[in-house]
Design a binder for this molecule. Structure first.
Ligand SMILES: *[C@@H]1O[C@H](CO)[C@@H](O)[C@H](O)[C@H]1NC(C)=O
Ligand SMILES: *[C@@H]1O[C@H](CO)[C@@H](O)[C@H](O)[C@H]1NC(C)=O
Ligand SMILES: *[C@@H]1O[C@H](CO)[C@@H](O)[C@H](O)[C@H]1NC(C)=O
Ligand SMILES: *[C@@H]1O[C@H](CO)[C@@H](O)[C@H](O)[C@H]1NC(C)=O
Ligand SMILES: *[C@@H]1O[C@H](CO)[C@@H](O)[C@H](O)[C@H]1NC(C)=O
Ligand SMILES: *[C@@H]1O[C@H](CO)[C@@H](O)[C@H](O)[C@H]1NC(C)=O
Ligand SMILES: *[C@@H]1O[C@H](CO)[C@@H](O)[C@H](O)[C@H]1NC(C)=O
Ligand SMILES: *[C@@H]1O[C@H](CO)[C@@H](O)[C@H](O)[C@H]1NC(C)=O
Ligand SMILES: *[C@@H]1O[C@H](CO)[C@@H](O)[C@H](O)[C@H]1NC(C)=O
Ligand SMILES: *[C@@H]1O[C@H](CO)[C@@H](O)[C@H](O)[C@H]1NC(C)=O
Ligand SMILES: [Cu+2]
Length: 653
């Protein structure tokens, strides 16, 4: 590796430990523990605290197969105060206390109940757009997987059973902070060993944030083959609405297994767009005009005029950034990822992979269509997708006029199509953060995202020392003191030890690289960090000047946007900051599946000495590793290979 001297110095200082305190919002651990005790006992004294249906579903009575009830019976004397006039309120106490949109949810949350779920992971041929994909991988026999729902303050327990033939699996609960439960983050090679076929693993964690997200496999390219599903945690919001509808998962889709594409070329153009696993495949690929045309089926929803609907948009793409819009309607954005924001109105929303937005649509068109129905569109952003030709962006239908089942005739809104995040100034968190100065000197050292060529491993993305290459059998969580004192370069471990109330800064830059065959260089990389919401101090498509001092004046530290996925602009940089309040190994990676597989990731090992894993969890984790080692050691179990070292052909995530 040829690096300039200054960069080498940077790498050395990167590992230095400098401590500096500045943050005063200390989460009250005691409160958390008390809440957990109550939840663990799972007491439900009848008739004491409130039990109620959360905003979804609008039907009355609600369909029992989808409706859950929020259960705060442990909170004696409290009442539910969330209604269509006041969605900001959640619970009111007997002495005027409340849990609301103004509650600092990092310190305080209501006492819910324990909810237990089971998810079966298995193989199944899929044809969501009418064209068969034989190597589908699904939760509970459906794509997307079942909707996991819980209420703010609940404890969630999910047992994942692996019934796959040829793969291990681990499931990640995207965007959840997993505060003090890093071992439940579901990243193989980092927080646990893969669950071997025939085995199960139980994830247990608290719902301390609210909003919408998704869960997905973190084992190699598995989620691209169908292992993804929606998740909602009910809580207050920043603007009123009447009804909510189920989450809308937007995804790109291929008619081959991602594992096949990867082995073939490390990358493949996408073939279609699906909303909640439904799509219509009818565009002709100029290079392959003989591909079959699928059954027409589109996602559709009936609206009642003048009602306000909450839509939960989730982008579970493999490599496409989508722009969501509804012909003739604006939407009001009220939440970005798990962070409630000040409402703003817009005619389109750009959702990068892994990002989520809560938006409200008023069923009162700005422009009337002749037939009373409107297209819901998802258009790939310019330069952020790999479709060989423009796919049909008419992916869903809003019907006011349900009798008319014809295709709408509405025309598209006007909106920008550039591949860049929602405007920086628009994303104003409701709960304000003031970011202190960096506790880590190394903030002055940028982490450079770049394409490299490895002699054997072909094209690879590198973000720190080396393209990431995890060892499934040796997760970082069990490897806190590497034998020689240093981690191998390919594990890309950045050690950070700081006081809980300090801020860690990261600068991530992206140079414009030369075009390379077989590798997708998009207009932006959606960068996702586990275990934290991070503050976005800067996001620029200008080249990084080389030191933080030069852009110091431009850093926004007074309530900057914050979230868990951000687009890193090509040729530019981002500066992010997070609180050192959640010990353990956390993955930071690009959410373009091909890029994660080719190494665009590193691990932050945060305050490892403060990590606490219960003996029960440790035992389950060790058991999982033992079963995995046994399975992978038996080469008759492996797909199309007789050697365990050929079996892993990507970074592992
Ligand atoms: C998934 O399937 C299993 C087995 O059929 C079932 O017990 C479980 O309740 C299902 N999970 C969800 C979340 O629907
Ligand atoms: C996972 O399973 C697929 C087949 O579905 C196979 O092609 C791939 O090699 C397997 N990879 C690993 C790492 O288990
Ligand atoms: C998980 O596996 C254990 C044995 O390893 C078994 O006793 C248990 O019933 C399984 N749990 C579920 C939910 O299948
Ligand atoms: C999902 O994210 C990808 C990658 O950032 C993007 O290309 C795509 O347009 C997004 N989809 C939607 C519906 O916003
Ligand atoms: C709709 O959104 C656009 C911005 O995308 C804005 O300029 C316009 O004022 C909005 N219209 C209404 C009626 O809110
Ligand atoms: C949506 O599709 C239409 C028809 O193909 C096309 O003219 C339009 O440019 C597309 N919109 C965007 C934002 O790409
Ligand atoms: C992965 O970890 C296992 C268990 O510690 C070890 O036996 C193996 O050599 C490691 N593989 C590599 C490539 O380092
Ligand atoms: C940035 O500016 C702040 C005050 O605005 C100062 O405290 C800090 O030392 C500066 N940092 C750098 C790296 O220059
Ligand atoms: C290896 O796996 C095969 C297929 O699952 C099984 O039949 C065989 O008994 C296993 N061998 C050992 C030593 O466990
Ligand atoms: C298995 O490997 C052979 C030889 O490398 C290859 O031709 C074949 O396509 C592979 N099969 C699958 C299903 O990947
Ligand atoms: Cu990327």
């Amino acid at each position: 590796m040829h690096l300039p001297d200054s960069w080498l110095k940077c790498l050395v200082s990167f590992l230095d430990v400098v401590t500096l305190s500045s943050f005063s919002h200390k989460p009250s651990t005691q409160q958390a523990l008390q809440a957990q005790d109550v939840v663990h006992e799972n007491i439900r004294p009848p008739g004491k605290g409130p039990i109620f249906y959360p905003p979804y579903p609008p039907e009355d009575p609600p369909p029992p197969d989808v409706a859950i009830q929020c259960d705060y019976s442990a909170m004696k004397g409290w009442k539910n105060c969330n209604d269509k006039h006041d969605r900001g309120c959640w619970l009111k106490g007997p002495e005027g206390q409340s849990f609301s949109i103004d509650t600092n949810y990092e310190q305080d949350w209501p006492i819910g109940i324990k909810r237990s779920y089971v998810l079966d992971v298995s193989e199944m041929a899929l044809a969501p757009d009418g064209v068969s994909m034989p190597y589908g991988k699904v939760f509970n026999g459906s794509y997307p997987g079942p909707w996991i729902q819980a209420c703010w303050g609940d404890e969630i327990e999910i047992t994942v059973r692996n019934n796959l033939w040829y793969n291990g699996t681990t499931i990640h609960w995207h965007g959840l902070r997993q505060w003090n439960t890093v071992e439940m983050d579901g990243v193989n090679g980092v927080t646990q060993c893969p669950i071997a076929p025939g085995e199960n693993f139980t994830y247990t964690f608290m719902a301390l944030q609210y909003g919408s997200s998704w869960y997905h496999s973190h084992y190699s390219l598995q989620y691209a083959d169908g292992l993804a599903g929606p998740m909602t945690i009910y809580g207050p919001s920043t603007a009123p609405y009447d009804d909510a509808i189920e989450p809308i998962l937007m995804t790109d889709w291929n008619h081959r297994s991602a594992f096949q594409d990867w082995a073939f070329s490390q990358f493949a153009p996408m073939t279609n767009i699906l909303l909640n696993g439904k799509g219509r495949y009818n565009f002709v690929n100029p290079k392959k005009p003989n591909l079959p045309i699928g059954q027409p089926e589109r996602y559709s929803k009936v609206f009642k005029r003048y009602r306000r609907y909450l839509l939960r948009l989730i982008n579970t793409s493999l490599d496409t950034t989508f722009i969501f819009s509804i012909d003739g309607h604006n939407v009001t954005v009220i939440g970005a990822d798990f962070v409630p924001i000040e409402p703003y109105s817009t005619s389109s929303v750009l959702v990068a992979i892994g990002q989520r937005y809560h938006v409200i649509v008023e069923a009162n068109p700005l422009v009337e269509s002749s037939d009373g129905n409107y297209w819901m569109r998802t258009s790939p952003a310019d330069g952020c997708s790999t479709f060989p030709s423009k796919p049909d962006n008419r992916t869903g239908i809003i019907r006011y006029n349900a009798e008319n089942t014809n295709d709408p005739t509405s025309s598209e809104n006007n909106f920008p199509t550039a591949c860049s995040d929602e405007p920086y100034e628009s994303l104003i968190p409701k709960l304000k953060w003031t970011v202190g100065p960096p506790a880590n000197e190394e903030a002055l050292c940028p982490l450079r995202v770049r394409l490299t060529t490895h002699p054997e491993k072909k094209n690879r993305w590198n973000a720190y020392l080396d393209p990431l290459w995890l060892n499934f059998s040796e997760p970082t969580i069990f490897n806190l003191d590497p034998p020689s004192g240093a981690y191998p370069k390919y594990l890309d471990v950045v050690t950070q030890d700081h006081q809980e109330d300090s801020w860690i800064y990261l600068v991530i830059t992206l140079q414009k690289g030369p075009k390379k065959p077989g590798i997708f260089q998009p207009g932006g990389h959606p960068i996702h960090f586990h275990g934290h919401d991070f503050a976005l101090l800067a996001q620029s498509s200008d080249p990084y000047p080389g030191s933080l001092a030069e852009i110091n004046d431009t850093l926004k530290t007074n309530n900057p946007p914050r979230r868990d996925v951000v687009l890193l602009p090509t040729g530019g940089y981002i500066v992010i900051a997070f609180k050192a309040d959640n010990p353990g190994p956390w993955l930071l990676h690009c959410h373009i599946a091909w890029h994660a597989s080719s190494g665009l990731a590193f691990q932050i090992l945060e305050n490892k000495d403060r990590m606490r894993i219960t003996p029960k969890d440790r035992k389950a984790m060790e058991y999982t590793c033992a079963k995995w080692n046994k399975w992978v050691g038996n080469t008759t179990n492996l797909w199309n290979t007789t050697a365990a070292d050929e079996f892993q052909d990507d970074s592992g995530i």
